[in-house]
Design a protein around this ligand. Structure first.
Ligand SMILES: C[C@](O)(CO)[C@H](O)COP(=O)(O)OP(=O)(O)OC[C@H]1O[C@@H](n2ccc(N)nc2=O)[C@H](O)[C@@H]1O
Ligand SMILES: Nc1ncnc2c1ncn2[C@@H]1O[C@H](COP(=O)(O)OP(=O)(O)OP(=O)(O)O)[C@@H](O)[C@H]1O
Length: 298
């Protein structure tokens, strides 16, 4: 049987405010996501014996725990519960990881979203984006954003209330000190600030502000202080980079995002990269804008 190739993009968070905590322990956020042109690759082939197999890069977890595998199983279960298909729902999934894991780039959530979108099509299930998003939310807070297929969005709730934004393509530098951050450990830390006031700007104003300067002084990543406490090397990278160009951490870390706003800052960052310690992974990337995608990348 032929296999189809799907690209699964990473994301960055331009800012992340923790506005409160729900009774179930999950935190409410206000954040802006944007996809970037750094991709994992999934090869998916139908199986006619009804089994789901995952091969390729393990991400350091058992197959049954891998978010790509769990997404396929969750979709199949949902399809059976909704009597949506009497077909044999099987697939071979081959995962090639390029996006670092535990790096605040949402790679696992993106893989889950890619599998949901791909198998919804290949298995002819025709579930809506909103149905796929509610299946995906149980797998990870960032999955609904990737399922939405909008390259950028303002998110509220725990990340599932999404308003698409039109943000420009920008060149950014991602620096990762090869540290794996446990998102749960950051959110459960007693020192996490949890009471960021909700934004009062309209979506239109927010979009305008981010067009002018994506790292606005009035925005923060509230997870930075705890991640810096848990992983001092992430703080070292931040301290070094922010002297050269505007810099903020993505998600719960460990990746720092620097966004040069002039040719001088761009040149200074390139010189910085040339002298950075070898185990600090530096990678230039572009954010994806509505204009640069045709909507069916995934
Ligand atoms: C920080 C972000 O990356 C922002 O993009 C995401 O909100 C995190 O999403 P994620 O890595 O998919 O995380 P999940 O697998 O959903 O959650 C891991 C753990 O982080 C905590 N968690 C996560 C998201 C959230 N809004 N509140 C939380 O308190 C919970 O303890 C949860 O058990
Ligand atoms: N397909 C997958 N890709 C990456 N990680 C996976 C996958 N499946 C399960 N995991 C597990 O999930 C954990 C977090 O994955 P991920 O790389 O998405 O985190 P992250 O980039 O920090 O996410 P976020 O930006 O949402 O905080 C990893 O440490 C890994 O153990």
């Amino acid at each position: 049987m032929p296999h189809t190739v799907y690209l699964s993009p990473a994301k960055i968070n331009w800012f992340l405010h923790v506005t409160g905590q729900r009774d179930d322990g999950y935190h409410t956020l206000e954040t802006v996501f944007q996809q970037i042109d750094w991709y994992d690759t999934l090869h998916i082939q139908l199986r006619n014996d009804g089994n789901i197999h995952l091969q390729g890069d393990s991400c350091g977890v058992a197959i049954e725990t891998n978010l790509a595998y769990r997404a396929a199983v969750a979709l199949k279960t949902f399809a059976h519960q909704h009597n949506h298909s009497n077909d044999v729902l099987g697939a071979d999934i081959h995962l090639q990881k390029n996006i670092p894991t535990g790096a605040g780039l949402g790679g696992g959530s993106s893989n889950a979203a890619t599998v949901l979108l791909a198998l919804n099509q290949l298995w002819h299930l025709n579930f809506s984006h909103s149905q796929l998003q509610s299946i995906g939310l149980k797998l990870g807070a960032d999955v609904p954003f990737f399922v939405s297929e909008h390259p950028a969005a303002f998110a509220q709730g725990i990340g599932e209330q999404l308003s698409p934004l039109d943000l420009p393509k920008r060149e950014i530098l991602l620096v990762n000190p090869n540290v794996h951050v446990n998102t749960g450990a950051v959110f459960t830390h007693p020192n996490l600030p949890r009471q960021h006031p909700a934004l009062t700007t309209s979506l239109f104003e927010l979009q305008q502000q981010l067009h002018e300067q994506p790292f606005q002084a009035q925005h923060r990543n509230d997870l930075e202080s705890v991640t810096f406490e848990l992983s001092p090397e992430v703080k070292m990278v931040y301290n070094a980079l922010q002297h050269v160009a505007p810099t903020r951490m993505s998600g719960s870390g460990s990746t720092l995002v620097a966004c040069p706003m002039s040719d001088d800052e761009s040149a200074a960052l390139k010189a910085w990269v040339a002298n950075a310690p070898a185990h600090w992974q530096c990678r230039w990337a572009n954010t994806i804008s509505t204009q640069s995608t045709n909507g069916d990348i995934l």
